[in-house]
Design a protein around this ligand. Structure first.
Ligand code: FE2
Length: 219
């Protein structure tokens, strides 16, 4: 197993987990992405492999299963890239939400599968009822308010089910695994305040690597 802790993150590096299981999983996903242009059907086709990922233990390094007090999500939420395609078309990452913490209400702007690998969560899903998120103002309506247990996962196909907030309800941190069809940590997306309808642009970043322009901007 590699020791990543003393390495300078390389934003161009694609693999951040040294695991043949994950390598095979990503190769399968990429092969299906090329073969199946219909994203709704692609999500169906990826469910068996994602189920296996959810049910397998030992592949997620401990350092990517811990909270991050400096994260762009706030609340000590760690977001760790496990695989990031160089062309921005696919990422696999873990999201570690400490006990009692909530994410902001946010979107993802990509198709994907999100599954709970550890702990339990409350998930509140929203849809835009009026307005345009890009204008900075959108009224949301709550479409789902559910309890999610370890092993459960759900698909995203924007605009359907793309906006949500998750809150950890277990005594331990919750860890969700995201497979998404963009470079989620580095794209500019939206955070929402349902009470005021205010929408802000935000970029969550990754806890274990900079986005490309961050590394260029760093002195
Ligand atoms: Fe999310």
């Amino acid at each position: 197993m590699c020791d990543f802790s003393n390495e300078t993150p390389d934003p161009n590096k694609e693999w951040f987990v040294d695991s043949p299981f994950i390598t095979r999983f990503i190769e399968h996903v990429r092969e299906r992405m090329e073969a199946q242009p219909d994203r709704a059907l692609l999500l169906e086709e990826l469910k068996p492999a994602f189920t296996e990922l959810m049910n397998s233990e030992g592949w997620l390094p401990e350092e990517y299963a811990t909270p991050d007090e400096t994260s762009g999500m706030g609340g000590g939420i760690g977001q760790y890239a496990l695989y990031r395609a160089g062309d921005g078309s696919l990422t696999l990452f873990s999201l570690v939400v400490p006990a009692g913490s909530s994410t902001p209400v946010h979107d993802h702007l990509a198709w994907g599968l999100i599954g709970l690998y550890q702990g339990s969560q409350r998930e509140q899903v929203y849809a835009v009822a009026d307005g345009d998120p890009d204008s900075g103002h959108a009224q949301l309506e709550l479409t789902k308010d559910v309890h999610v247990d370890t092993g459960e996962f759900f698909p995203l196909l924007p605009p359907k089910d793309d906006i949500h907030r998750v809150t950890t309800t277990s005594e331990e941190a919750s860890i969700s695994i995201h497979l998404l069809g963009n470079d989620t940590g580095c794209v500019t997306r939206h955070s929402y305040e349902p009470e005021t309808s205010v929408v802000k642009s935000f970029r969550s970043g990754y806890s274990n690597l900079p986005c490309d322009d961050e590394s260029e901007a760093a002195d």
